[in-house]
Design a protein around this ligand. Structure first.
Ligand SMILES: Cc1cc2nc3c(=O)[nH]c(=O)nc-3n(C[C@H](O)[C@H](O)[C@H](O)COP(=O)(O)O)c2cc1C
Length: 164
């Protein structure tokens, strides 16, 4: 199965995690600024990562190129979302960009995987938390950096099962 991790990152946090997820999955790792709809549609599965800016907005490169995802034909493909944010400074919009990515992937025909529980985010009520679970993997590298490696490792294992 061909998998690509596609990321947008302004200060490097999400890029670093994208590289680690790609390495663990044996996936390609691409900056969203460099992808087209055809390129995305050439993979069996996409792992989509963005940090959140403004008040719940996509990272700038994603904002500029979200059309590549929206216009890709992802029927029959799987997709998952992850990203970094600040759960203390932006509790109401913590990792909201993941919901934007999810909405675009679903509109393109993808089936979402990678949703579930993530321990340690009591009280988060942003769009990343839906129907009692997280829609992907939200990471708070600003306030909980010590939890990141274990969260990523657990999510990658879950993805391996759900992408198989
Ligand atoms: C001006 C500004 C606005 C931000 N807005 C949000 C936000 O709405 N939600 C959130 O979860 N994080 C927010 N953040 C935190 C960033 O998403 C976080 O620092 C992230 O790790 C940056 O990742 P990157 O280096 O991959 O771009 C904001 C940070 C700044 C400086």
């Amino acid at each position: 199965m061909s998998i690509a991790v596609i990321y947008g990152s302004t200060t490097g946090s999400t890029a670093e995690i994208a590289a680690s997820i790609a390495s663990a999955l044996g996936a390609d790792c691409l900056n969203v600024a460099e992808v087209s709809a055809d390129k995305l549609a050439g993979y069996d599965a996409l792992v989509l990562g963005s940090s959140t800016w403004g008040a719940g907005d996509l990272q700038d490169d994603w904002e500029a190129n979200i059309g590549a995802l929206e216009c890709a034909n992802l029927a029959g493909k799987k997709a998952a979302v992850f990203g970094t944010g600040d759960s203390l400074g932006f509790a109401d919009t913590f990792c909201d960009a993941l919901a934007r990515l999810r909405d675009a992937a679903v509109a393109a025909g993808a089936t979402m995987v990678g949703a579930g529980a993530v321990e340690g985010y009591d009280g988060v009520a942003s769009r990343v938390f839906e129907n009692g679970q997280f829609i992907g993997l939200p990471l708070d590298v600003s306030n909980q950096p010590e939890l990141t490696d274990a969260r990523v490792a657990a999510w990658v294992e879950k993805l391996k099962g759900e992408l198989a």
